[in-house]
Design a protein around this ligand. Structure first.
Ligand code: BG6
Length: 498
């Protein structure tokens, strides 16, 4: 089966997919539900085969039952079309495998030999420290061919050095053109819409620079805490878990120059230029422009929740941050002098990801002086929930007694109500489809990962030198008070109403 790609050409989705970590949390929660949705939408080629690989010893029937259970848990009941479900479960195969020794990999080669000459996609939904071994064993066992692709999840490493080691190990087996590094934010519908918004609308294209934009704000707030991942999270912290990847990718898409076309490398070349131009951290910025926080017990959604140090498995001395806010910038002609305020945290009052582009005020203001604060347009790009785009404009307030009083209101595009019949796909559906078609533009290139690490490493080193504990904030709040002071010191505030 063929799918029309972005330039109208077609690409086949006929593949063999071998999924390592098939019984893991990500596979159950996201990957199988996404693959099922592709099945339901008729986007999986009839010949495409899916092989689950896990350490646990399951009979095929039990594996299928487990996936059926996961689909009933994570797919909406009204979307669980029984015919599609039957077709989907019938595609599944399973092998038990110890990922760390080459012995069992012959099973993958044998499974491959049953198939036609179709590309194999290897999806590694396992800890990054295993990537190198798995790639080597796949190669040594003769399971790969010239078309095989590998998909890897973040986090790739812990810093620049460890990520380079992992990338080297993958690179010994797969050339960069066949490596698909997932940052699931790039698969979100509204994140992709940033490219359409910026480069298909001359209205914004002409305004997108320091002459017209005063500052940019990105907030990615989560209500969840650590969700049983204390061991992983405590080594990472919010900077490595969210900023190094998701938030920096958003910064890139906002700040990049127009690519020459929509080819993967044209887009990624422009993103790398942004990463290279990120403002480096200096010691005096640490106290003023960067705030680290850690949540204490509080209330989220009306429910009491424990503090970070009281979570299951916690090391009560931990200084790991669960919140980070910073003022940064992109040092180039387009963005000189435009602050980028970014913040992300766990246990915030709502789950909310949004980008706000604050345009500059008019050079000469003629309305009521007391309304001056209103007088700038804002473009609000809501990534989740309720994806949408709103442009805040000023109009005259209605009524005979209002004179030329101004009123602020949105020109609002809410995707769910504007296109009610269109289901907004989960990020993983889009990403899996693009891997199957062999298109890399939504995946992160090695140099992007490494430049992002380089920038984060400089901040982490400075934090380590200072050895200050993070500031506390109660779960259910918008982070430490200092993160509010960080932006108000510039005469601005975080945008919270939509
Ligand atoms: C993951 C992080 O990459 O993204 C998690 O590891 C985080 O800690 C998640 O909760 C957030 O993703 P989303 O799509 O829910 O915003």
């Amino acid at each position: 089966m063929s799918q029309a790609n972005r330039s109208g050409q077609t690409a086949s989705t006929e593949i063999d997919l071998a999924l390592f970590g098939a019984l893991g949390d990500l596979a159950q929660r996201k990957l199988f539900p996404a693959l099922f949705q592709l099945e339901r939408e008729g986007l999986l080629d009839p010949n495409t085969r899916l092989l689950g690989l896990a350490r646990q010893d399951y009979e095929l029937e039990d594996f299928r039952k487990q996936i059926d259970k996961a689909l009933h848990t994570y797919v909406k009941a009204e979307e669980l079309d029984s015919e599609a479900l039957e077709r989907f479960l019938a595609r599944l195969d399973f092998r038990q495998l110890d990922f760390t020794t080459v012995d069992g990999y012959a099973a993958i080669r044998e499974w491959r030999q049953d198939g036609l000459a179709r590309p194999m996609v290897v999806y590694l939904s396992v800890a990054a420290k295993l990537y190198g071994d798995i790639c080597r064993h796949l190669d040594a066992s003769g399971s790969l061919d010239e078309q095989s692709r590998v998909v890897v999840e973040k986090p790739i490493g812990y810093d620049l050095e460890s990520s380079a080691e992992i990338n080297d190990a993958i690179g010994e087996v797969f050339p960069e053109s066949r490596v698909y590094r997932i940052d699931h934010y790039l698969g979100k519908e509204t994140v992709q819409n940033l490219i359409a918004l910026r480069f298909a609308n001359p209205l914004f294209g002409t305004q997108w620079n320091q002459n017209h934009i005063s500052h940019v704000e990105i907030s990615v707030a989560e209500q969840v805490g650590i969700e049983g991942r204390w061991g992983y999270f405590d080594e990472a912290g919010q900077l490595r878990d969210m900023v190094q990847n998701h938030l920096l990718q958003l910064v890139c898409l906002i700040a990049m120059d127009p690519p020459a076309n929509l080819d993967a490398d044209a887009i990624r070349d422009e993103k790398v230029k942004v990463l290279k131009a990120l403002k480096p951290f200096t010691d005096d910025m640490l106290g003023r422009d960067v705030v680290r926080g850690q949540y204490t017990a509080g209330t989220v959604n009306g429910k009491s929740v424990p503090g970070y140090l009281e979570e299951e498995g916690a090391n009560t001395e931990s200084h790991t941050e669960t919140f980070v806010a910073m003022k940064t910038g992109v040092s180039n002609w387009r963005w000189a002098g435009v602050p980028f305020y970014i913040r992300t945290g766990k246990r915030m009052p709502e789950k909310l990801s949004q980008i706000i582009i604050h345009f500059r005020q008019q050079p000469h203001y003629i309305f009521d002086p007391d309304q001056r604060g209103l007088a700038a347009n804002k473009l609000v790009i809501r990534l989740q929930p309720e994806e949408g785009i709103a442009l805040e404009v000023l109009t005259k307030d209605s009524g005979l007694d209002k004179g030329m009083r101004l009123r602020r209101g949105p020109l609002h595009l809410d995707f769910n109500s504007a296109f009610p019949k269109t289901r907004i796909p989960d990020a993983y559906e889009r990403l899996l489809l693009e891997v199957m078609k062999g298109q890399q533009y939504l995946f992160v290139r090695r140099d992007e990962v490494e430049h992002a690490w380089k920038w984060c490493d400089s901040l982490i080193e400075a934090w380590n030198d200072r050895a200050e504990p993070p500031r506390r904030y109660p779960a259910g709040s918008w982070g430490p008070v200092a993160s509010i002071a960080m932006i108000t010191q510039d005469g601005r505030s975080w945008y919270e109403d939509y």
